[in-house]
Design a protein around this ligand. Structure first.
Ligand SMILES: Cc1cc2nc3c(=O)[nH]c(=O)nc-3n(C[C@H](O)[C@H](O)[C@H](O)COP(=O)(O)OP(=O)(O)OC[C@H]3O[C@@H](n4cnc5c(N)ncnc54)[C@H](O)[C@@H]3O)c2cc1C
Length: 465
């Protein structure tokens, strides 16, 4: 069998992996989606209680919609906001069902290489198929040969630790009984009991931290008088941009998350501790946790800690392949400057495709949430456009692969660095150099078509380049 007749292996049946498989089917190429969880959308189901800040209209891939149409699928109201659970049940599951045996669940990819070539060997490397090592939930192992590999395995399984240095704080592992790395579902009675009437530290400053603060504030209000309280730990100081773009965010629900976090602070449900880099967790006499900062500060004891300091890509199973990753973000080198929070905080990236997503190892693509490495600003619609381009490139249709068309929304928080905490690298308040007054349709052409449409894209300035 020639390499061209082999399937394209897609790792992960999340929104982006399933979209990739759909595009492959549309092009007459056989996909094989390998999903570690027991059902499609396993990662999304783990945050089923969280409401998306995107509408249905923004999280359904157009090619998937076409595949689903003949199955009698009912398209949800494009203006409504799904929860993670609704996204999985009403869209990802029907899509996986429509793809049928092209999606295998309980199939964890634990290694990818070139057949007969470890990462050192050059000879005929590109002529060899990929070999994908799969471990099934029932204990079986298998090697699958593939003509190309699209890794859409996300970052959900590898949350960042609490430690300010990026390493786990001292004592973080032994404090596991009082720490979670997920936004808790406080509507679930068992989870509610864990946080009601307790003092909880929330570490992080992104959308998930905002959500957790808003949930704890709601809990404090509904359990009035029980003493539910949050302590919000920020590595940097509070500025106008801390709470996101607010009403300037072109995704209003995303802006509202920051405003809800602000309200939690303003209404006295959360005390903010700024410039605090967690060095250690210690216990008080009652087993509660005392957070110790790198600067020696010791905070009053807390009952629980919610760590929401970001997610990281799991690169362990790609170790035998030649990746071209940026040393900061662990994102593909050509993509990283577009999304690097050291450069800009607005999270606005011009649409990109197979060229930005390629690696020295030809035929391998990291897409979806994983393609952003440690950058926090990924949107599903970005992933859908990525896989449209990548699958066109795999099919040899470079015209289509290079024609990237998409409107991406602005966050309304732009200008300057978004990561560090000294005054001179603080982001400026909303507006900034990349706040486009209106959403724009940008068309990004191939490098060969230099100096034309790329200049019209909002790629210039701090946010796009
Ligand atoms: C709480 C939360 C809210 C979000 N809200 C929005 C929003 O409102 N709008 C928006 O556009 N984006 C949002 N995002 C960002 C992003 O769109 C989603 O995270 C989206 O699920 C990313 O899709 P994905 O397919 O890249 O990865 P995932 O959804 O993480 O899917 C990856 C899949 O790969 C599987 N997998 C992992 N490792 C392996 C392996 N080794 N072998 C086989 N399978 C594996 C996982 O089980 C999982 O099913 C949100 C993210 C989070 C965490």
């Amino acid at each position: 069998m020639s390499t061209q007749q082999l399937p394209v292996v897609v790792i992960g049946a999340g929104p982006v992996g399933l979209a990739a498989a759909t595009h492959l089917v549309e092009r007459g190429i056989e996909p094989l989606v390998l999903e570690a969880g027991s059902r499609a959308g396993s990662a999304v189901r783990e945050w089923s209680h969280v409401r998306l800040f995107s509408t249905w209209g923004e999280v359904v891939d157009p090619a998937a919609e076409k595949l689903l149409a003949p199955t009698g699928w009912t398209r949800p109201d494009p203006a409504a906001y799904p929860s993670g659970g609704e996204w999985a049940e009403q869209y990802l599951q029907p899509l996986a069902d429509a793809l049928g045996d092209k999606v295998r669940t309980g199939a964890t990819v634990t290694g990818v290489s070139r057949a007969g070539r470890d990462r050192i060997v050059d000879a005929d490397r590109e002529q060899q198929p990929f070999v994908v090592h799969v471990e099934y939930a029932d204990g079986r192992e298998e090697r699958v040969l593939a003509r190309a590999v699209i890794d859409a395995s996300g970052t959900w399984t590898t949350p960042s630790p609490a430690g300010g240095s990026g390493l786990p704080a001292l004592g973080e592992k032994t404090a596991a009984d009082r720490i979670t790395y997920r936004v808790p579902d406080v509507k679930d009675p068992a989870v509610r009991a864990r946080y009601a009437g307790r003092r909880t530290a929330v570490i992080g400053s992104g959308a998930s931290a905002f959500t957790a603060l808003a949930y704890l504030a709601e809990l404090a209000e509904s359990e009035d008088g029980t003493g539910t309280r949050a302590v919000w730990i920020l590595r940097r100081g509070i500025s106008g941009s801390t709470f996101g773009g607010g009403t300037a965010d072109q995704l209003p629900a995303r802006g509202a998350l920051g405003l809800a976090a602000k309200a939690a602070v303003d209404n006295g449900h959360a005390d903010a501790v700024t410039g605090f880099r967690t060095e250690a967790f210690e216990r008080d006499g009652h087993g509660r946790l005392v957070l110790v900062g790198e600067d020696g500060r010791r905070l009053d004891p807390v009952d629980e800690v919610i760590v929401l300091t970001g997610l990281r890509p799991d690169l362990s199973f790609l170790d035998e392949l030649r990746l071209g990753l940026d040393e900061r973000l662990q994102a593909p080198v050509a993509l990283a400057p577009l999304i690097d929070p050291n450069q800009h905080s607005c999270g606005t990236v011009y649409p990109h495709g197979h060229r930005e997503l390629s690696h020295p190892e030809q035929g391998l693509y990291l897409v979806g949430m994983k393609s952003y490495g440690r950058a926090p600003t990924f949107l599903a619609m970005t992933g859908y456009e990525q896989v449209r381009s990548v699958t066109a490139a795999i099919a040899g249709d470079l015209d289509s692969a290079d024609r990237v068309e998409l409107t991406l929304p602005e966050t309304g928080v732009c200008g300057g660095a978004g990561l560090f905490d000294t005054a001179d690298t603080q982001p400026t308040d909303g507006g900034g150099c990349c706040a486009a007054p209106e959403p724009q349709l940008v068309q990004l052409l191939t490098p060969a078509a230099e100096g034309t449409a790329a200049e019209e894209a909002p790629a210039g300035g701090c946010c796009g380049s």
